[in-house]
Design a protein around this ligand. Structure first.
Ligand code: ZN
Length: 268
């Protein structure tokens, strides 16, 4: 099952995405926001609406997280291309909620940077409150689903600062969406393709089976330090092939089983 968040009649609603006449469409809205529920989307009340084609809907970031936790260097080849060590335990950082950008939104390259890079990633959406998971505890009950995330980065600023708050946290640096797909549509442990295209050319082509730290290790690790809440996002790291974008470029992050997150670039 897939759902999205979208603007209709001036209001933000959560919509269920269904196939109508072979086209992904929003046919029902959820009457309870997923992040207010206990993750049991199937059990949510819905209301039928006149179907809106997904590619014609005014999509918003699919959730409103309390935090966006990111994993750095979770693919060996990406660590190597940046000349970085492979970490011995998950390397975590945050992106602020003010960085969130809707599908189709415009990434603004800040004036303070000369090199802004795309980073295509699989993103976990937390479905249930999650804290202090035990060793070996199953993390799947805490996962609502998966989406695409572009961890847009000011690479020159990242290189000169130990903390990545500026490099990874500027406004518009966190496009997310277009939909959240539940774990029936994809299984990151078995392997999910993550691809980035810039102006149609493939720049990153990875698979989550190559994670250094699989999702269960990452989620248990995070939960030892902080409580994950419904709607929180976990960006799982980017495969090799990162590179810069300039004004006029169009970035597309596709995650197998989710869809394509498309954002263009302008100079601030
Ligand atoms: Zn990243």
């Amino acid at each position: 099952m897939k759902y999205c968040r979208f603007q209709v009649n001036g209001e933000a609603q959560y919509g269920l995405v269904e196939s109508v006449a072979g086209r992904d469409s929003i046919g029902r809205i959820l009457l309870t926001a997923p992040e207010e529920s206990d993750g049991d989307v199937e059990g949510l009340r819905t209301r039928r609406i006149e179907a809106i084609a997904l590619d014609e809907a005014k999509l918003l970031a699919p959730v409103r997280p309390t935090k966006i936790v990111c994993v750095g260097r979770n693919y060996r080849e990406h660590a190597a291309e940046l000349g970085s060590e492979v970490p011995t335990e998950p390397l975590l950082f945050f992106k602020p909620n003010s960085a969130l950008l809707a599908p189709g939104g415009v990434v603004k390259r800040p004036k303070i940077s000369e090199r802004v890079d795309f980073e295509g990633e699989l993103c976990v959406v937390v479905g249930r409150k999650c804290h202090l998971l035990a060793d070996g505890e199953d993390v799947r009950p805490y996962i609502l689903g998966y989406t695409c995330l572009n961890d847009v980065t000011m690479r020159d600023i990242q290189r000169k600062e130990d903390q990545w708050a500026r490099a990874k946290g500027f406004d518009t640096s966190c496009p997310v969406g277009p939909v959240v797909a539940d774990g029936l549509d994809l299984d990151p442990w078995a392997g999910v393709g993550v691809e980035t295209r810039v102006n149609g050319a493939v720049r990153q082509s990875g698979n989550t089976k190559d994670f250094i730290f699989p999702l269960d290790v990452v989620i248990r690790f995070i939960s030892q330090a902080m409580t994950l809440l419904p709607g929180d996002l976990i960006a799982t790291g980017t495969p090799a092939g990162v590179g810069p974008v300039v004004a006029g470029d169009v970035m597309e992050i596709s995650v197998e089983g989710v869809g394509v997150l498309r954002n263009s670039v302008v100079d601030e």
